[in-house]
Design a protein around this ligand. Structure first.
Ligand SMILES: Cc1cc2nc3c(=O)[nH]c(=O)nc-3n(C[C@H](O)[C@H](O)[C@H](O)COP(=O)(O)OP(=O)(O)OC[C@H]3O[C@@H](n4cnc5c(N)ncnc54)[C@H](O)[C@@H]3O)c2cc1C
Length: 317
């Protein structure tokens, strides 16, 4: 029976929903699934993790309590746990945190690493990954006993599969030589992580300025949506880069993506084409996005968005 670990990410004390898609992807072939939690809360998260098929919830901690965020100490702690439990396959998210940890772990273990996977077949040691701005899907096979995969957040729909999990505490040493983190600042995109959001409302060149993004935020607020942007809006300085969707921004897979005043360049599509449902609001019926979306409204976004906002507010109170 192969032992597979999933590196679980939390935010504000809650497990990020996209982790459950990763757990779903790791299930099957009699794998024994381990959930690695580094920032505490093992007892609080056990029920949620076993509902998706986890067999062992491992809280990685130290004599002094949970390890504060530090990519060097955390990656070393994960490696110690992998070696202790005999884990050959590690999955995580291709998130900001995953991008810090998974390459460090792979480098130290000299293990193959594939990031931004959209599907995985652990029995066959293969993963799928979109390439060339989403024009092709590559199937990649890894060789050797160890494999590390970073999954694209929300690429896999979570499916429950109840199991009974053991809660294990794994004590690790704190590396005093590790790099020192002096300050952690919240990114400018606000509270909702773009890669985690079920619904994203993005604005492009048509937004014209920073102030106009307010109407997108007002529309997003009642439904807990995140607000994104095209590169033009970012390059113009209207919104921070953390809000950019696309080839040189975030890759997102929300259930619904609403593109407002965005033409639908290949570079923008590269970051959102795996969205469940794409809706475009654009004044130009010939815009590229109109041909590639599921629904469109040919209209001025400054007319449509306030209407949607008032409807949502009326419906949701
Ligand atoms: C190497 C490289 C990497 C890149 N990476 C990215 C990336 O990560 N993300 C990204 O987004 N771009 C990226 N780009 C830029 C990309 O090529 C496009 O220039 C950009 O996506 C266009 O942004 P836009 O759709 O907002 O603007 P435009 O293409 O100018 O489109 C604006 C749209 O708004 C519509 N419109 C105008 N007024 C209104 C209105 N009032 N209501 C409704 N619709 C209206 C217009 O009809 C038009 O379709 C990259 C480019 C390169 C070369």
């Amino acid at each position: 029976m192969e032992k597979v670990a999933i590196l679980i990410e939390t935010k504000n004390g809650e497990i990020k929903q996209s982790n459950f898609g990763v757990v779903t992807a790791a299930r099957g072939n009699d794998h024994e699934l381990y959930a690695f939690l580094i920032d505490g809360g093992g007892i609080d998260h056990k029920a949620a993790l076993e509902a998706y098929g986890i067999h062992n919830v491992v809280e990685i901690t130290s004599d002094e309590g949970p390890l504060p965020w530090n990519p060097v100490t955390w990656s070393k702690a994960v490696i110690s746990a992998m070696q202790h439990f005999g884990i050959n396959t590690l999955l995580g998210l291709t998130s900001a945190q995953g991008k810090e940890l998974l390459p460090r772990i792979a480098a130290r273990l000299d293990a193959p690493l594939i990031m931004d996977c959209i599907a995985v077949n652990l029995a066959g040691h293969t993963v799928e990954k979109s390439q060339y701005s989403g024009k092709t899907i590559a199937t990649i096979i890894t060789h050797g006993s160890l494999s590390i995969y970073g999954m694209r957040p929300n690429a896999i729909e979570p499916e429950t599969y109840p199991e009974t999990a053991d809660l294990i505490t794994f004590l690790t040493e704190v590396d005093s030589q590790a790099l020192t983190i002096k300050e952690i600042k919240q990114g400018g995109a606000g509270g909702i992580d773009l890669t985690e959001a079920d619904v994203i409302i993005s604005g492009g060149r048509a937004m014209e300025n920073t102030e106009n993004f307010r109407i997108l935020r007002q529309c997003a607020e009642p439904i807990g949506a995140a607000v994104g942007a095209s590169r033009v809006a970012v390059d113009a300085g209207w919104v921070p880069h953390s809000m950019q969707v696309g080839q040189t921004g975030a890759t997102v897979s929300p259930k619904v993506y609403i593109a407002c005043g965005i033409s639908g360049s290949v570079q923008h599509f590269a970051g959102m084409k795996t969205s469940g449902l794409i809706i475009a609001i654009n004044t130009d019926p010939e815009a590229a996005i109109i041909k590639r979306c599921d629904y469109f409204v040919v209209a001025d976004l400054f007319d449509i968005i306030p209407l949607i906002t008032s409807k949502l507010k009326a419906q949701l109170g």
